[in-house]
Design a protein around this ligand. Structure first.
Ligand code: G3I
Length: 339
């Protein structure tokens, strides 16, 4: 009996020896996902994938201003802390998202009125309280998120309106609060928008010339199967040429961007999506090792994607795990591809 069990064990070991079972072990850079603390607590399948498949964790919503700073004199770290506790309990890296954004701003901030100094005090207090709370627990922060419009101009926001030079100040404040954190500027849709891309490159140059600490660029990578490969690759090359850390920070590949209610997720589309995932991973591996902060997916399975709720687009399938939390063929292909 013992011999049979031993042979079985040996067979299984040899059978799997040399084969990676998870993307996070296959690739030599962190593989992350944004996560939702409610699903982590309530959904066994979700939590299982979160545990086994990823070694980097971003809170999808719960470190954003609206949720973490609901009243002027009250921070609510409970849900953000839950996400951190989950990650830390399993030795996973945490990426902080996001300190300053025009969206998901609490009502009290939108209604705030005061002079420039009062606005600066408000934002500095927010950035530094949150960054200090998570000091030593997060590896990096998306300090400023989505500050430019497609034409490269500064996006109108309460921050742009009330705080001159708010981007540089936010990076400075974040650095003072957590000097070891890797500080990112994070944005979407640079592909095919050369003016937006240029504005980001100009920002990096300007901040560096002023010795303001910026260490990384987050390329969100909310793309779709029709996104043009040459435009995506050009954005990656230009970002990498800054020498900063590069994070594909919110990857998903939409298959039904026009929200066609009769859409069927067919083989041809699945294949096109898979090829796009392969292109993204291949391009990422061409970035110098020292600049690879990782690839983060925007949530785990098609069931959890923001694209379904946010755009009321139930027929959307943008991730590597299907609605039943099973791996798609695209996942298996990425596992076979060269490391
Ligand atoms: O929590 C409330 C709930 O109480 C309420 O009943 C419900 C009714 O609509 O809304 C819930 O809040 C929603 C929140 O997600 C939490 O689920 C908001 O409506 C919804 O707008 C919000 O969407 C988030 C979106 O950012 C906000 O712009 C998405 O989940 C989140 O995935 C998305 O993430 C952003 C990144 O942070 C930055 N880059 C773009 C990316 C996609 O938009």
């Amino acid at each position: 009996m013992k011999t049979i069990l031993f042979s079985l064990f040996l067979g299984i070991s040899l059978g799997t020896f040399g084969q990676d079972q998870y993307l996070k072990d296959h690739y030599k850079f962190p593989i992350g996902a944004s996560m939702n603390p409610r699903l982590l607590a309530e959904n066994d399948a979700y939590r299982k994938l979160a545990s086994t498949e990823f070694n980097s964790v971003t809170a999808e919503n719960h470190m954003k201003m609206m949720l973490i700073h609901p009243d002027a004199n009250r921070f609510d770290f409970a849900k953000g802390d839950e996400v951190v506790a989950f990650a830390k309990g399993q030795q996973k890296r945490v990426h902080g998202h996001t300190l300053v954004w025009h969206n998901q701003v609490p009502k009290w901030m939108n209604e705030f009125s005061g002079d420039t100094q009062a606005w600066e005090d408000l934002l500095k207090n927010h950035v530094q309280t949150v960054a200090k709370h998570y000091q030593g627990q997060v590896a990096g922060w998306d300090v400023v998120n989505e500050a430019f419009l497609d034409d490269g101009s500064l996006r109108p926001s309460i921050w742009a309106k009330n705080i001159p030079d708010y981007i540089a100040k936010s990076f400075q404040w974040a650095h003072e609060a957590d000097p070891n954190a890797i500080l990112f500027y994070n944005d979407y849709g640079q592909d095919g928008k050369p003016k937006k891309m240029q504005a980001i490159l100009n920002l990096v140059q300007e901040l560096q010339a002023r010795h303001i600490p910026i260490h990384g660029l987050g390329l969100q990578m909310h793309i779709n199967i029709a996104s043009k490969n040459d435009e995506i690759l050009s954005v990656i090359n230009q970002s990498q040429a800054t020498g900063l850390a590069i994070h594909f920070s919110e990857l998903d590949i939409a298959v039904n961007p026009k929200n066609d209610s009769t859409f069927v997720y067919q083989e041809m589309t699945k294949k096109a999506q898979q090829q796009k995932f392969e292109l993204i991973f291949k391009a990422y591996q061409e970035i110098p090792k020292s600049q690879r902060y990782g690839i983060t997916f925007w949530n785990i399975s098609d069931k959890d994607t923001w694209l379904r709720g946010y755009f009321k687009r139930p027929k959307e399938y943008p991730l590597l795990f299907d609605e039943s939390y099973n791996r798609k063929p695209a996942y298996s292909q990425l596992l076979k591809n060269e490391k």
